[in-house]
Design a protein around this ligand. Structure first.
Ligand SMILES: NC(=O)c1ccc[n+]([C@@H]2O[C@H](COP(=O)([O-])OP(=O)(O)OC[C@H]3O[C@@H](n4cnc5c(N)ncnc54)[C@H](O)[C@@H]3O)[C@@H](O)[C@H]2O)c1
Length: 492
């Protein structure tokens, strides 16, 4: 994450980079990254050292810095290290350019940069110290769970939903504040607090300043967010201006069943929303846009078994033709404006984290809630209605894989067929019964969603996704049902 941010900042500041050499661990070597619209291949540390770069910016943890930074320095490279490895080493300079860039000489080949809280602190303290000579600083920081990592964010959200999941902290973090960031040191301050005590003294070049620090973990998730109405063009423009996003994922839509109740509203949101994003993506030179299409682009005259990528498409729902028109627009913006827009025809998506959004495949999510709550479910689709479905984990993985694929491997710029698991309500119920033996399913007559389901494919041929960017699904019916029940049992 930090590496990606660094590239983004270098790009924003137009830092004069003659040649970029992205480096990562063996497992990422060969992957592609984009910088200023150009693709670069990730190389190994050894290959990077051989190229003797002028500057190496390190953000790979303390032990990697300790092992690798001296190798680069020996090759004549100036290393700027973001880890804590060298910060308090008396032979290395610890620098915040606005405060003490003057201490650097051409002989400094490994330069440390401090903890993020220290950086902000010293920029404010230095002018005060120069003018008044600071005697004592009492500093408190309140840090989001994001700083601990994904596991901590999950702990917070699990606690909020009452789920007993894996824990990053030994204490409850929701509705709480934990006065511990990182581990305790011998003097009963934490490592994070001691960074705030020691680093400013070194940077300001005065050991006599007395500093005490308290770092508290609070139950908020870091990172900026805004709530945006994709139909509010002016505000959306302002958001693009403010953040200059490099990638946009547009998920806002009205889905099939709800779309039939308010067809014009669905058309407006699904089309106008997409066109706003495509226009601003071109104007603000966004690198990549993701927008999901759906199996709803197919219609009663499309082949229903192993529906191919290219065939008759005559959708008969507003949702379906908004997605089909959207696909054409995506391809048009790619061809006409060179916009790197990518899309997948998601099958019916099944996940436990959120309630379904009003689609025809929603039964396959509701059924789990009802099975756990009451042991019964009335399906609005008939027992033998087969539909293409996919577990959310697979859908997310497919999305990320497509978005990370090198641009020239993405040969379809409308939307890729994507296949997961095809099953009927009866088959799903049988699988649930293996875990909840008394579970009963009944079937409703005359639900309007049946007609929509009957016009859709029963299974999908996703050959292009497999060949172009190596798509392979992981979840079959049994694995998906087990995972859904394990995760939902403490929620419903
Ligand atoms: N769920 C599926 O089975 C499925 C299948 C195929 C494709 N898709 C596509 O995936 C995307 C996400 O679907 P989902 O299941 O999460 O649907 P959802 O209904 O759960 O989410 C849609 C979101 O759009 C937001 N939204 C509505 N109007 C908006 C506006 N004017 N501005 C900004 N946001 C607005 C809603 O608040 C909602 O959070 C959609 O494009 C959908 O067509 C979903």
């Amino acid at each position: 994450m930090v590496g990606t941010k660094m590239l983004q900042v270098l790009e924003e500041r137009n830092f004069p980079v003659t040649e970029l050499i992205p480096v990562a661990s063996e497992k990422s070597v060969g992957k592609q990254i984009t910088f200023k619209g150009k693709q670069y291949k990730v190389v190994s540390v050894e290959d990077a050292i051989k190229q003797r770069p002028d500057i190496a910016i390190f953000s790979a943890g303390g032990s990697t810095s300790l092992a690798q930074a001296p190798l680069f320095a020996a090759a004549g490279t100036t290393v700027i290290d973001n880890s804590s490895a060298w910060r308090m080493d008396p032979t290395k300079k610890l620098v915040v350019p606005e405060v003490n860039a003057h201490v650097l000489t051409a002989d400094d080949k490994i330069i440390a940069n401090p903890n993020c809280s220290t950086i902000q602190l010293v920029v404010a303290l230095k002018p005060l110290h120069d003018k008044y000579k600071i005697k004592r600083v009492v500093v408190s920081t309140y840090q989001s769970v994001t700083g601990t990592g994904v596991k901590a964010v999950e702990q917070l959200f699990n606690e909020r939903k009452g789920i007993d999941g894996p824990k990053a902290y030994p204490y409850t973090i929701d509705m709480n504040a934990i006065a511990q960031c990182d581990v305790f040191t011998d003097n009963d301050y934490t490592k994070e607090e001691m960074k705030l005590v020691n680093e400013p003294k070194k940077i300001m070049g005065d050991d006599s300043i007395r500093i005490t620090a308290t770092a508290v973990r609070v139950p908020v998730v870091g990172g900026p967010y805004e709530i945006v109405n994709v139909l509010d063009k002016d505000n959306l423009h302002h958001i693009f201006e403010k953040y200059n996003p490099t990638q946009v994922y547009l998920l806002a839509a009205i889905l099939s069943a709800v779309g039939e109740q308010k067809p014009k509203v669905a058309w407006d949101l699904n089309m106008t929303g997409l066109l706003h994003i495509l226009d601003f993506a071109v104007e603000f030179k966004v690198e990549k846009v993701f927008w999901p299409s759906s199996i709803a682009v197919f219609g009663p005259h499309s082949p229903q078994q192993q529906t191919p990528q290219y065939c008759v498409m005559d959708p008969n729902t507003v949702y379906g033709f908004s997605k089909l028109a959207g696909e054409r627009w995506c391809e048009y913006y790619f061809t006409k404006y060179g916009l790197d827009v990518r899309s997948l025809r998601y099958p019916g998506l099944i996940g436990w984290r959120a309630n379904p959004g009003g689609g025809t495949t929603d039964y396959a999510v509701h059924i789990f809630h009802q099975a756990l709550k009451t042991g019964k479910y009335e399906s609005f689709l008939s027992a033998d209605t087969a539909l293409p479905m996919m577990y959310m984990d697979d859908a997310i993985r497919a999305t990320i894989t497509l978005m990370n694929a090198p641009a020239d491997e993405v040969t379809i710029r409308s939307a890729y067929n994507l296949a997961g698991i095809s099953f009927t309500p009866a088959q799903l119920a049988d699988e649930i019964k293996k875990h909840i033996p008394g579970f009963e399913i009944t079937y409703a007559d005359n639900d309007p969603r049946q007609a929509i389901a009957d016009s859709w494919p029963k299974s999908i041929d996703d050959n292009y996704a497999q060949t172009d960017w190596g798509w392979k699904q992981e979840y079959d019916l049994a694995k998906m049902v087990e995972d859904m029940l394990v995760n939902l049992k403490d929620i419903v």
